[in-house]
Write a protein that binds this ligand. Structure first.
Ligand SMILES: Cc1cc2nc3c(=O)[nH]c(=O)nc-3n(C[C@H](O)[C@H](O)[C@H](O)COP(=O)(O)OP(=O)(O)OC[C@H]3O[C@@H](n4cnc5c(N)ncnc54)[C@H](O)[C@@H]3O)c2cc1C
Length: 420
């Protein structure tokens, strides 16, 4: 996986592939943020854990992400509140805040050097979105008691984001951003120190499901009491009933050449991470070495957009004309796992298979929550997992082959709305 993140960390010592028969309490499939936090939380509760990763630690979305830690869920609270009871909506909100705080706590506890920076801001491009930000701020304060958000416009907005493209923003000092590959690798190191056995280059090819599941890779098998499925958009058809409920959607990021500290600070004076309110959104932030990491675009096919660097550079220039002459050093993409309603999909199958997916592009923090609630459930307290499991989910219409055209049609409406 080539990216700025991969290029900015030293090569890590590979974990050995799984060979032969192994036994453990819990076999986790996938070494991204969900799988590794689940492994850490399970090890802390006394479980013997094996993690199988098809590629390398953080190879999936976790090691490629925009790195923004944001409250809430991709579907937003009003939509989530329509899916569950008001009491459950309130719990889910509180846990989303816990999720962000937990990332902060894990970084400190395990001394993970991952370029942590405080501050995140949502920005509006037009008056309609400016009104949405105000309503959002009022709703979060009124219904959920979240009152630390700061509405900014004019000079106060420019103090965070020096761009002519935006008319208002909602700044959250409790949001943050980090280097996601450093973070996920740090979690892997902590998990191994806690006794978790990690195997890279070990794709789970088949699971013999039942009371005593067996996970088969090309060269070995894991006999276990429970399986945690944390393969997300990359899991594919291993468990068909999960595959039908998510749709992998490509999203892309470029890293500019280093801007230097002064120019970076002129663009983003408080070093906050930024996300705009469009459906096909731009999201960006500065790296610790003062590059602009600029994300956006979507692709519903498995084919990356043509001329990715050029088109992303044009998007970056639209936001920061002052960066017109700055070259792009890295371009990459990855899949987010969207559900039909954009709400997270956590739960269990057969009594022995636990899963978390459907972060819908909003998983940097909620993946850690998923790992924790699954560990809690396996340790005997399924209260929180059950709240998530009550969120209703449906299969994408059209099955494996037709869900892409169906989704593209549905998304067209939202893309058009971005223009209004
Ligand atoms: C470009 C991009 C930008 C993003 N930006 C943000 C952001 O700024 N903020 C935010 O909140 N979210 C963001 N997201 C989403 C966020 O990164 C994800 O929600 C989160 O990382 C998902 O973590 P995960 O561990 O569940 O899955 P992943 O990180 O995808 O990990 C799944 C792992 O499972 C492995 N795997 C799959 N199948 C198997 C198998 N059969 N056997 C063994 N291993 C298997 C894969 O190789 C992979 O490593 C972004 C995503 C992308 C792609």
């Amino acid at each position: 996986m080539r990216s700025y993140y991969a290029a900015s960390v030293p090569a890590s010592a590979p974990a050995p592939p799984l060979v032969g028969e192994q036994r453990c309490d819990v076999c986790v499939v996938g070494a991204g943020l969900t799988g590794l936090t689940a492994a850490l939380e399970l090890a802390a509760r006394g479980f013997d854990v094996i993690v199988l990763e098809a590629h390398t630690v953080g190879w999936g979305a976790s090691g490629r992400s925009g790195g923004q830690l944001i409250f809430g869920y991709a579907c937003d609270m009003p939509a989530l509140a329509r899916l569950v009871t008001p009491e459950d909506a309130r719990r889910l909100w509180d846990w989303s805040l816990e999720a962000v705080a937990d990332v902060r706590a894990r970084v400190v506890r395990h001394a993970i050097d991952c370029d942590w920076a405080d501050g995140q801001i949502h920005v509006a491009l037009k008056p309609r979105q400016r009104d949405e930000l105000r309503e959002w701020q009022a709703l979060l304060a009124r219904a959920y008691g979240y009152d630390g958000l700061e509405f900014v416009a004019g000079d106060a907005l420019a103090a965070h984001v020096a761009s002519p493209r935006y008319c208002a923003g909602l700044y959250d000092p409790r949001g943050a951003h980090l280097h996601p590959l450093k973070y996920v690798r740090g979690l892997a190191g902590a998990a191994r120190e806690a006794g978790v056995r990690l195997h890279e280059q070990s794709r789970a090819l088949r699971i013999a499901r039942g009371a005593a599941p067996v996970v088969h890779t090309g060269a070995g098998q894991v006999h276990c009491r429970y399986v945690v499925l944390a393969g997300n958009a990359y899991l594919g058809p291993l468990v068909p009933e999960l595959d039908r409920r998510i749709m992998p959607v490509g999203t892309y990021i470029v890293a500019s050449a280093p801007l230097g500290a002064a120019l970076a600070a002129r663009c983003l004076p408080t070093n906050a991470a930024v996300t705009d309110l469009n459906f096909v959104l731009d999201y960006f932030r500065c790296s610790a070495d003062h590059r602009m990491l600029f994300g956006g675009r979507v692709s519903y096919s498995k084919i990356p957009p043509p001329n990715l660097s050029g088109s992303m550079r044009a998007r970056m220039r639209r936001v920061f004309p002052q960066l017109a002459a700055v070259p792009i050093d890295h371009a990459w993409g990855g899949y987010v796992d969207i559900t039909l309603n954009r709400a997270p999909d956590f739960g269990r199958l057969d009594g022995t298979l636990y899963y978390a997916q459907g972060f819908s592009g909003h998983g940097m923090a909620t993946t850690g929550l998923a790992g924790r609630v699954i560990a809690e459930a396996l340790a005997g307290d399924a209260t929180r997992l059950d709240v998530f499991a009550r969120i209703p989910h449906r299969d994408f219409p059209g099955g494996r082959w037709l869900r892409t055209p169906s989704l593209v049609l549905a998304m067209l409406y939202y893309r058009l709305r971005d223009w209004l």
